[in-house]
Write a protein that binds this ligand. Sequence first.
Ligand code: 0O2
Length: 226
Amino acid sequence: MIIKIDTSLVKGNNYKNKLNTKDNKFAQLMHLYSLAMRNVEEKVDSINRDYREIYGQDLINHVMCRIKSPEGIIKKMKRKNYELTYQNLIENINDIAGVRIICRFKANVFEVIDLIREFEDCRIIKEKDYITNPKKTGYSSYHMIVEVPVQLDETKLYAKVEIQIRTMAMDFWATLEHEIKYKSNGQISNKVSRDLVIYAKIINKIDNKLMKMHHKKYKRKIELSE
Ligand code: 0O2
């Protein structure tokens, strides 16, 4: 089903208007992001299917998609000191549509990144490698901001999607850390912060060891079948 979207929100007179999350225009814009997100999700599903057919194992453990809530959007714009306009939302908030790809092993994360770079009709806007260089908090993940097309009647619009690619171990840490921070309104003690960094490093070591173990087992399986 093609739903009409007022494209003047994205390019035109309404672009500089004040953001109103209760407005139907806002809902239309979120629908646009949702279509872009589904476009990426389909592409990701397709590489996972191809990989399974060729290599007989999964490249990706699971994929999660979400559209940022209106409250989350406003909170982020205020945190970053942006005036609440459609223009600032579209130009500066990159993770309204989010696709999170969870792999079992670190090597798979980098395989996924290479395959995303080859996606047809997908512009890579920005990449952040928090795996090679984890954040001070201990957070580890690979982020890609991409732009994908959404076809609306005769107009083709591009919308941004943030893709986070990480291992199950990284996701375990990030989910718990997010919850701990969320529950304490972002105010955690220095001791808790330090402990979280230590746990992130331990988890990273385990991640590396499990990848090596899997690699040896997989290599042996291939040798036996040859
Ligand atoms: P939420 O509530 O998870 O959505 P950009 O403007 O794109 O260059 P941005 O978005 O300001 O950069 O920052 P960054 O570092 O790319 O982070 C984007 C998202 O990554 C965050 O979204 C989080 O989901 C996740 N993230 C970043 N740092 C951490 C961290 O230390 N711990 C955890 N658990 N997640 C993190 P939001 O909107 O900040 O939060």
